[in-house]
Ligand binder design. Structure first.
Ligand code: ZN
Ligand code: ZN
Ligand code: FE
Length: 762
């Protein structure tokens, strides 16, 4: 006799927009089970009926082999009385209650790519081909649960053929919400500066423009890009000038692996990352012999590369269309210096002809702006630098459960974090809040994500800095909620701890540009003994003045002068940062130095890198964040060189004195030691400092786990050299992984800290 049973399942995690319901449907078929499955506000719910043993087998298979993009965080199973249903069906979504994971956008999959190039397929060369395993997701979502009628695809009525696939459990497109074909999908067009629009041959026209060295604006997944031939100096220069972004490197999109091998040396781990479902921009070693325009990434040895991630990109750049097109395109977000990427068609068509000779667009609206993600591989592991398309807003977990919470992040590379229970959603990269339109975007994105996730924050936390825009926003928008201010570097360290699932306490190293300290000074060269709930500042770099305050961030020579003075070295004309001064400015600075006017104190390692870059005359003015440090890293000789002298003074906290190193650098300059050797010795000095201080702290407190956080650790050479050196000294070293080490990770760290503090309070 058959043991007839029934089980009710609730599956949580990333289970919508990833083909989970069809997967459950197929699996039920395989084990001869009946019942139903549906999307709910909090995930996927199913009722499974049939032979008890078969149900167990079904559950095992469900856990062992979910769809490739699914991520199950919880599976709740409850017994139910059986009802003798005989079929298995997918039923309408339940729209109320709960917070479910929002799926991230996914790059074109291999199956769709094959169909795209199959002349017999009805979607042959269709620029909007997608399936349950690929295509737009977060960028088209207008509401949850994730169903077509709550995406920007709702305006397109499926044709009979698409509808059949959508309803067929055996099809790769069973409930693929953005399903489309040439008969019923979005339509491509290119608009010319005259206003004339071309639907047929729009792609051919775009390819021709690119081939002629023109600039084309094109609509991608999360916004508009500007594209041009990456080999054409004139075009790249024109694009860079319009973007007003100084020397900040531009990303490129390369046609395929062959072109990739021409422009860069890529490791297997880097290639895997380039081809991963997220298809981020990956920073890789550029081939010095290549012919790419030198205006793409001045004075930098790495280049940001991505592979085509939409069928439209692929059709634009591939070789098979008859009209020659550049094999590498500069592909940069369509906005002026740091503003939000343009997403609206009317704004694109109104503003982009200033620079573009054609706008390649289509009629599927973008619901949510999302930038390209930026990633790199350090010591064989992915380290995200900008968490956006393909990653956000996939959920992360928190060390402890929280009531509905908003963490407001930092003002630079801003992101925010919404959390409830143990689940945290870190927003995608928003930008620098000092720009008014970015700040507006920040406010709007918080409201939109709160509405999507149905979260009304009960607790709001933000950076300790009293003048941060993110903090002012929170104080104004949520005056009656519980508020907490979190120290910046504690948030950095907690972000890395939570990213790596560490229980703590740890020796937390946070090296960055600026962060407000508890003593009112600007911190940034910090060794913290840190748990989630609290920290103790155990050591820091000796304070030096920032002459001119914020101006010192843009003009590294100011930091060099401060370090020279602190090291007891006269401001002599033989030194590059002194030569960068006019007599007038010099008089003002000497006066400021004497009286300590307009000179906040800082322990920032980012600013120390600036000072050394200026001493070496690598960079006297920066036009983008961390430029001096990146150019100094580029310069450094990879061979091993001796560190300069430094001292660590006892005390609580201990103080790190690098003035002997500054004297060493000036002596090396006088001796005409090659710059690349000085740059390498300076890096080696920071490595030696870290090892010495960690050893002292281990002797003090017995901690052996070291966490590396803060934007300075985006320096690949420093991050890997520090990790190697600490590992040799017996430390367990932990770096960031899914959450950026820079200020883009602050919001997540704030949420982790609050989760621990609330737990302590109960
Ligand atoms: Zn696909
Ligand atoms: Zn169709
Ligand atoms: Fe920071």
């Amino acid at each position: 006799m058959i043991d007839r049973a029934a089980r009710h399942l609730v599956v949580e995690g990333v289970v919508q927009g990833v083909g989970f319901r069809p997967f459950v449907h197929r699996l039920a078929g395989r084990y001869g089970l009946a019942g139903w499955v549906r999307n709910t506000g909090s995930g996927v719910e199913a009722l499974i009926e049939g032979d008890g043993e078969q149900i167990d087998e079904f559950l095992n298979a469900l856990i062992a082999n979910p769809p490739p993009l699914a991520h199950i965080t919880a599976l709740h199973v409850v017994e139910r009385p059986s009802t003798d249903v005989s079929a298995f069906t997918i039923v309408a979504s339940e729209t109320t209650g709960g917070t479910q994971a929002i799926p991230a956008d996914v790059a074109l999959c291999g199956d769709c790519r094959r169909e795209l190039y199959d002349p017999a397929d009805r979607r042959y060369r269709h620029p909007f081909i997608n399936c349950t395993n690929c295509g737009p997701r977060y960028s088209i979502v207008e509401g949850l649960p994730y169903d077509r009628e709550r995406t920007t695809m709702r305006r397109f009525t499926m044709c009979a053929a698409c509808r059949r696939e959508y309803k067929d459990p055996g099809s790769r497109r069973f409930h693929a919400e953005p399903i489309a074909c040439p008969n019923c999908g979005p339509r491509l067009k290119i608009v010319e500066p005259s206003g004339e629009a071309l639907e047929d041959h729009a792609l051919a026209r775009a390819r021709r423009l690119l081939g002629e060295g023109k600039i084309v604006a094109l609509k991608s997944i999360g916004g508009y890009h500007l594209a041009c031939d990456a080999y054409d100096d004139g075009a790249v220069k024109r694009l860079r000038a319009w973007k007003e972004r100084g020397d900040k490197p531009l990303a490129i999109m390369v046609r395929d692996e062959i072109e990739l091998s021409h422009v860069a040396g890529v490791t297997p781990a880097e290639l895997a990352l380039l081809e991963s479902p997220a298809h981020p921009v990956v920073l890789v070693e550029q081939r010095p012999s290549g012919r790419l325009s030198r205006h793409i990434n001045p004075n930098v040895a790495t280049i940001g590369i991505m592979l085509p991630y939409t069928p439209l990109h692929l059709l634009l750049i591939d070789e098979t269309a008859g009209i020659p097109v550049p094999a590498s395109l500069v592909m940069t977000s369509a906005n002026r210096s740091g503003g939000p990427m343009i997403t609206a068609d009317d704004i694109a068509l109104r503003t982009l002809f200033e620079i573009a000779d054609g706008v390649l667009t289509f009629d599927r609206p973008i619901a949510t702006r999302i930038d390209d993600s930026v990633s790199q591989v350090v010591a064989g592991e992915e380290v995200l630098l900008r968490r956006a398309r393909g990653y956000a807003p996939l959920p992360l977990s928190l060390p402890f459960p929280v009531p509905p919470l908003l963490a407001c992040g930092a003002d630079m590379k801003s992101t925010f974090c919404l959390a409830t229970g143990e689940r945290a959603v870190l927003s995608s990269y928003v930008g620098d809040l000092l720009q008014y339109d970015v700040f507006r975007e920040y406010e709007a994105t918080i409201e939109r994500l709160c509405a999507l996730m149905q979260i009304e924050p009960e607790i709001v936390c933000y950076d300790l800095h009293p003048e941060y825009w993110s903090r002012r926003f929170a104080e104004r928008r949520y005056p009656d909620r519980q508020q907490m201010a979190i120290q910046h570097h504690h948030a950095h360290v907690a972000a890395c701890m939570a990213d790596r699932n560490l229980a703590g306490p740890v020796i937390g190293i946070a090296f960055d540009g600026t962060g407000y300290g508890e003593d009112g000074h600007i911190w940034g060269g910090e060794f913290l003994l840190a748990g989630y709930a609290s920290f103790e500042r155990a050591a820091h770099f000796e304070y030096v003045p920032m002459y001119g305050g914020e101006a010192a961030i843009r003009e590294p020579w100011r930091m060099a002068l401060a370090y020279l003075r602190a090291a007891g070295i006269a401001w002599d004309e033989r030194l590059a940062p002194v030569r960068a001064l006019t007599a007038e400015k010099r008089a003002v600075l000497e006066m400021q130095a004497e009286r300590g006017i307009a000179a906040p104190l800082t322990s920032s390692v980012g600013r120390l890198f600036d000072a050394v870059a200026a001493l070496l005359d690598v960079c006297q003015r920066v036009t983008y964040d961390a430029q001096a440090a990146i150019e100094l890293e580029t310069l450094a000789d990879p061979a091993l060189h001796a560190a300069y002298d430094f001292a660590v003074h006892d005390g609580s906290p201990r103080r790190i004195n690098v003035f002997p190193a500054i004297r060493g650098i000036v002596e090396d300059l006088d001796r005409r030691t090659p710059m690349r050797v000085i740059a390498a010795r300076f890096h080696e000095t920071i490595v030696a400092i870290v090892r010495r201080v960690c050893s002292l702290l281990r002797a003090d407190c017995g901690l052996n786990d070291v966490v590396l956080s803060g934007g300075v650790f985006q320096n690949k050479k420093l991050a890997s050299d520090v990790a190697t050196s600490l590992a040799l000294a017996g430390f367990s070293v932990h770096r960031h992984r899914a959450v950026p080490a820079n200020d883009g990770g602050i919001a997540y760290g704030q949420a982790a800290i609050v989760s621990a503090r609330l737990k302590g309070a109960r």
